[in-house]
Design a protein around this ligand. Sequence first.
Ligand code: HEC
Length: 430
Amino acid sequence: MRPLGIALAAALCGPAAAETLTGHGGPVMGIDVDAGGQVATASFDNSVGLWQEGEPHWLEAHEAAVNVVRFAGDDTLLSGADDFDVIRWNLPEGTVERLSGHQGKVMGLSAAGDIIASASWDGTVRLWSGGKARVLTGHDGPVNDVTFAEGGARLLSASADGTVRVWDVAEGTEIRTLVNHGFGINEIVLDEAAGWLAYGAVDGATRIVSPETGEEIADLSAGRRPILALAATPDGEALAVGDGEGFILVAGTADWSVAHDFRATQHGPIWALAFAPDGGTLYAAGLDKAVHTWPLAALGEAEAMPTGNESFLRAPETMSNGERQFQRKCSICHTLTGDGGRRAGPPLAGLFGREAGGVPGYRYSDALEDSRLLWTAETIDALFDVGPDHYLPGTKMPMQRIARPEDRADLVDFLARATATDTPPKETDE
Ligand code: HEC
């Protein structure tokens, strides 16, 4: 054991916190735990984390925020991201297979044998096998989640169109609409053996229905919205629900009574939940980039997880306009110093006078790497005047324009001061 680590975690999160997984540079959007207790995380910082004994190993191949991770057997991890791709990671070999084809972000994944199902905001579900995809169309909106049933013969999908639909996997056809909730459905969890399907929706509804008939079994809605995360213990005895207001509710599935309902974070959403294999520990993530764990038995006394000193949560009136621009529009992807943890974008320390693509070890796009641009007040202004997608076509930086010239000027002034370093910029020609 590492007594010091445990003591630190306890100091941060109160007596009930067991372990905190830190290292991601952006919010954690997805968590999965395999039967051996290995934890995988999907983050806004573009990376997938694989945690052993609390230590991260980074899997880098996505070009944008990662939304979902799923273990599929002993050797395989699946991830889906805002770059529209599904990646199948062969963990022992360290190789990746990229499944491209979706035209929107990938939000949900499920695996049955050799078939992978992916749910995307392009409104489709894809069934991947042998490197090929079959496309299931029919939903009238973004698809948020999928789960296989009947050993892979059926698939359930949940969509922003407010429905859960059932598909025949062999035929690739829709069998029926199981649930028509009216409001968008974000998450589903199925326990076939026990005969229930849980769904969580944008209007705050958390309902338990029969996966056969869609008939309601229980209603766990607590008046908080939206529901963003659902997780069941591996033995199916408890269901955890996380919402946009920062609460976690845990219900026993025997009679659907609420065992715990507590505010897990002062600010912002619970994006992801998962249970350890024995069901005794709950993993949760929100805005503060770390994954927090609690022993289930002690959830009642749990203290809120820290939201950290999140710069984008600081009071706006305490900042200059330039700093406010940076905190709101850039800080989630960039640090100013390089020592503030992993982010989707490169650290901006020493930016002025540096050639584009100059941070050693950062995986730039070819577009940026080959641009031979020099970062100055003028080029940074131009980048956000026309937008990165026009200024550097092919860049990984998201589309974003700052329309008002004063805001760009204030941002550039702030960056010039905040990114100045004592040491000269590193050599960029390698
Ligand atoms: C959602 C994430 C994201 C946001 C928000 C974002 N960036 Fe970026 N930024 C990136 C990524 C990713 C790259 C690398 C692009 C590439 O390789 O094509 C990048 C690259 C850059 C570069 C080039 C750095 C270099 O080393 O050459 C600059 C300058 C930059 N961003 C400034 C900003 C500023 C200023 C803002 C806010 C107005 C901002 N970015 C907002 C993700 C982001």
